[in-house]
Write a protein that binds this ligand. Structure first.
Ligand code: FE2
Length: 356
């Protein structure tokens, strides 16, 4: 039997045996301090895709055939190479952040973009955990990787559909009130620049983009004669106008956005000293996204024409936010906004709505 086995075994089989032996060696030496050994054994048996990266040199210590095939390589073309050779350039910093987490002993799941042999990006879901030597020092990271490119493309399509829907709603709101047409688009553009200046996260920026584009949605309940009234408003009319953040909230509250859009819209007329409406919230009770939109809203509204007054101009608008910095408006948001106009040459784009 041994003779038959030896006659039929190929070089590839021998390499495979060595690979499995090497893995078992790694499991025995490096992984015995982790609780992931059974998971790892499961990965090997079921043939899922994985790699081990040397945490110091960020080089691949082992790549299984499935992983290599997913990227269009042979395992030997990947083993020993820097991890960065197989990812998009802009992902390098993210990869380093994840590696630092491994060094701190953190196990996690995250999405990532790798690069195929032909340069095409491939979206992957990474389940990764730190691996230790027998002295308990982290020597690498083990990652189980699944191709989620199809799911990602579906997500992108879905997001595009949501963005297009938001833009359409924004246009519908603008269409009701020709005097403020383009207002929400211009507020969005300024609010996004403020968000960038504040260094807000991708999620916060996305929330600001969506909320700003439809922040006046509650005005659809206000008769257009009041919105377009060329003279001063009566108390009742003003009270109706002041109800629009609450109505906007009621319209949107049941939509399961990935961000707190309804709350941001509810709060876009709140002021940090509690003098705003509808709930008189104070500084820390107001979402930062709402604070950003409120400053952008005031600056845009003051610098544009209204049915009951001519445009007050951008200088008056900037004076208003500067004068009330830290009183009505968040000081940091005001500083970034002033800098945009005074140092960075920001101008409202009359063309209006930016891309989402
Ligand atoms: Fe408003």
């Amino acid at each position: 039997m041994i003779q038959t086995f030896l006659e039929n075994i190929s070089i590839k089989d021998i390499i495979d045996i060595f690979i499995v032996a090497f893995l078992l060696y790694l499991i025995f030496l490096g992984f015995k301090k982790t609780k992931s050994i059974f998971v790892l054994a499961g990965i090997i048996i079921t043939g899922s895709l994985y790699l081990v990266a040397n945490i110091l040199g960020l080089r691949l210590l082992f790549v299984n055939p499935g992983m290599a095939q997913m990227l269009g390589y042979q395992p030997e073309e990947m083993i020993g190479k820097p991890l960065f050779d197989f990812m998009e350039e802009e992902e390098a910093n993210t990869a380093l952040e994840h590696m630092n987490k491994r060094r701190r002993g953190i196990t996690e799941q995250h999405e990532f973009t790798l690069k195929k042999n032909n340069g095409e990006p491939i979206y992957v879901l990474v389940n990764t955990s730190p691996q230790y030597n027998k002295e308990g020092i982290c020597i690498g990271s083990l990652a189980g990787i699944s191709d989620i490119t199809q799911r990602k493309h579906d997500e992108i399509k879905l997001n595009r559909a949501m963005d297009a829907t938001i833009r359409t709603i924004s246009k519908m709101i603008d269409a009701r009130d020709s005097y403020t047409s383009g207002h929400q688009g211009r507020v969005t553009r300024l609010a996004l620049c403020i968000a960038q200046g504040l260094g807000l996260s991708k999620d916060q920026t996305s929330a600001i983009r969506i909320a700003a584009l439809i922040h006046d949605i509650g005005k659809i309940s206000i008769p257009s004669e009041i919105l377009a009234k060329p003279s001063a408003l009566s108390d009742i009319e003003y009270a109706l106008i002041k109800g629009h953040p609450q109505i906007g909230f009621d319209i949107l509250k049941d939509i399961d956005f990935p961000y707190p859009i309804a709350d941001i819209i509810l709060q876009h007329h709140e002021r940090i000293n509690g003098s705003g409406y509808p709930n008189g919230l104070k500084n820390k009770e107001i979402l930062l996204e709402a604070k950003v939109i409120s400053v952008a809203d005031v600056v845009e509204a003051m610098s544009s024409h209204r049915p009951y007054r001519a445009a007050l101009g951008i200088d008056a608008a900037l004076e208003e936010i500067g004068k009330n910095r830290g009183i009505l408006y968040d000081p940091e948001v005001v500083d970034v906004c002033l800098k945009l106009f005074q140092e960075k040459g920001f101008e409202f784009n009359p063309a209006g709505t930016p891309r989402l």
